[in-house]
Design a protein around this ligand. Structure first.
Ligand code: GAR
Length: 194
């Protein structure tokens, strides 16, 4: 069974959805650990509750991004992590982690990329009065929410849509789609620690 590390910064509803699919045996993976960059983020409570080791790394405690990522990379290697799963991790992945895990880092983003990358994609779509938004799952490269797209699913934006209602629609899709795509990746040889 392959080992995954989930990286998250916030509430962790996607972490929870992935965890539940693992518990139900629908995602055949082992969640080795959670990496979080925000002290006190709710996702760390979810991990504790499930007995999954949670590690908080604050970037400001390190002299450089390379130092910050080198420590994370060491932890991942020690735990034989095969795949990094970004689930609301609001920080750019740098060259240190990319070099170690090239082609083995995936991200989920709440828009139809390349539209509305970066923070608050839902707010951006509403401000642009877009008729459609959605969810993108993609491999990570050095850009912000760029990299080869694996799958996208569309969501219609209603006339009276609010931030909360659109977020709810998007999260329903995210929570189903991300575990499904991860399960698909588990059968690929490229996703394996060398
Ligand atoms: C998710 O909607 C995810 O797509 C988004 O953060 C949210 C995290 O929610 N990611 C990005 O915006 C990445 N640029 P969660 O903490 O409840 O899983």
């Amino acid at each position: 069974m392959k080992n995954i590390a989930v990286f998250a910064s916030g509430s962790g509803s996607n972490f929870q959805a992935i965890l539940e699919m693992v518990q139900e045996g629908k995602l055949e993976a082992n969640i080795s650990l959670l990496v979080c960059d925000k002290q006190g983020a709710y996702v760390t409570e979810r991990a504790k509750e499930a007995g999954i080791p949670a590690f908080v790394f604050c970037a400001k405690d390190y002299l450089s991004k390379a130092d910050y990522e080198a420590e994370i990379a060491m932890l991942l290697k020690d735990n034989n992590v095969d795949l990094i799963v970004l689930a609301g991790y609001m920080r750019l992945i740098g060259s240190t982690l990319l070099k170690e895990y090239e082609g083995r880092i995936v991200n989920i983003h709440p828009s139809l990329l390349p539209a509305f990358p970066g923070k608050d994609a839902i707010g951006q779509a509403l401000a642009a009065k877009a008729n459609w938004s959605g969810v993108t799952i993609h491999f990570v490269d050095e850009g912000m929410d760029t990299g080869p797209i694996i799958v996208q699913e569309r969501v219609r934006i209603a006339k009276n849509e609010t931030h909360e209602s659109l977020q709810r629609k998007i999260q329903v899709i995210e929570h189903k789609l991300y575990p499904e795509i991860l399960q698909m990746l588990m059968t690929r040889e490229e996703v394996e620690t060398r």
